[in-house]
Design a protein around this ligand. Structure first.
Ligand code: OSB
Ligand code: MG
Length: 373
């Protein structure tokens, strides 16, 4: 497959409401879509779930656009590839910039699957037909809206609730939820908003809430702080932001910084690295699940296929797109089954149809690179 054209789109679908987390408030959610065209006329789509500001990882939507245009796309344009391993070798000299890398790597997986006439799930050796789904509850400023939003999610059938927490919004909301729903599958995600120097004893109190996991309490690079907390907590720690590569997963597991890993293709640079982390975690008896970063239907299609692998043992953040966006770029829409799950497509390639009119409609910026041939 020779790549003859690369188009990079910065899109922003309208959000249903702002989403508040321990790293800040998301009021505008860009996503970076890469479209690859081959000499034989195959078209593949990928997505990098960027944020506007460098508050979750160091990248932003603008740095992704620049990295793709100036550094990633030129290295693969006009070249022929037969598999994703060969594709990523073209830019192995580039460090970091995982969200940008994931956008173009996933687009190549779409081409690869179409060329092989296989579904992503089959290519990734997925074993599940459906994925149990949970939802993240953003930080709200009062009890009433907290209860109303959880009631709504439970009514819709989500099987796990994950509360976003931050200093000042932790024990109190968790106590309210546990008093009202003693038995639901409940987790907390701190998005790196606590300090291992200040908050160890406060976080140890979270053991009283029967949580399934506590996600990313401390800073991205604080493997030692997480290890110290994990040794004093009954509750498993799950790392999200800290795990940007297989090497990070090895560090976290060796130091016992966590017992669970949240894998997101966007955060780790694409599906090859995501699968490597999955396999390593499986060998070390560390269960994983697939988190979300407010992707459009394009990004979610890859997340779903990935989450069909064996060691994805916890419900994933895979809510239908209309939970957070007013519109979507793909059809058919993702829908929750009566079991609180989403079915995985067995169709060839991405498994969903991309609506090119919507892609243009929500596009804020576009770069096109073409090879002369
Ligand atoms: O920590 O999981 C996170 C969104 C952007 C960045 C980080 C996170 C999130 C979410 C969104 O929680 C959950 C979803 O996409 O369903
Ligand atoms: Mg998280």
């Amino acid at each position: 497959m020779k790549i003859i054209k690369i188009e990079i789109f910065k899109v922003a679908l309208p959000l249903v409401s702002a989403f508040s987390t321990g790293f800040g408030r998301i009021t505008n959610k860009p996503n970076i879509i890469t479209r690859l065209t081959t000499d034989e006329g195959l078209v593949g789509y990928g997505e990098g779930p960027a944020l506007s500001d460098p508050i979750y990882t160091p990248e932003t939507a603008d740095t992704c656009m620049l990295t793709l245009e100036k550094h990633l796309a030129p290295r693969v344009l006009g070249k022929s590839y037969s598999d994703p391993g060969q594709f990523v070798k073209s830019y192995r000299d580039i460090v970091g910039n995982n969200i940008a890398k994931s956008s173009i790597e996933l687009a190549f997986w779409d081409l690869y699957a179409q060329n092989a006439k296989l579904s992503l799930k089959t290519l990734l050796k997925g074993t599940k037909q459906e994925i149990p789904v949970g939802e993240s509850i953003g930080i709200v400023d009062n009890q009433k809206s907290l209860i109303a939003s959880i009631e709504d999610y439970l009514d819709r059938g989500f099987v796990r609730i994950k509360l976003k927490i931050t200093p000042g919004w932790d024990k109190e909301p968790l106590e309210i939820i546990r008093n009202k729903w003693p038995d639901i599958d409940l987790s907390a995600d701190a998005n790196a908003s606590y300090s291992s120097k200040k908050h160890l004893s406060l976080l140890k109190e979270l053991d009283t809430f029967n949580l399934t996991m506590l996600e990313q309490p401390f800073a991205i690079d604080d493997f030692i702080g997480h290890s110290k907390l994990q040794s004093e907590l009954k509750l498993p720690i799950c790392l999200d932001e800290s795990i940007c590569s297989l090497n990070d997963a090895e560090t976290a597991i060796a130091l016992q910084s966590c017992r669970i890993i949240n894998i997101k293709p966007g955060r780790v640079g694409g599906l090859l690295e995501a699968v490597a982390i999955h396999d390593y975690a499986e060998k070390n008896n560390v269960g994983v699940w697939c988190g979300g970063m407010l992707e459009t239907g394009i990004g979610r299609a890859f997340n779903l296929a990935l989450a069909s692998k064996e060691n994805f043992v916890y419900p994933s953040d895979m809510s239908p797109i209309n939970t957070y966006f007013e519109d979507d770029l793909t059809t058919p829409p993702l829908e929750l089954t009566s079991r609180g799950s989403i079915l995985i497509s067995n169709k060839i390639g991405l498994g969903y149809k991309v609506n090119c009119d919507k892609l243009e409609k929500y596009c804020l910026e576009k770069k096109t690179l073409s090879a002369r041939y």
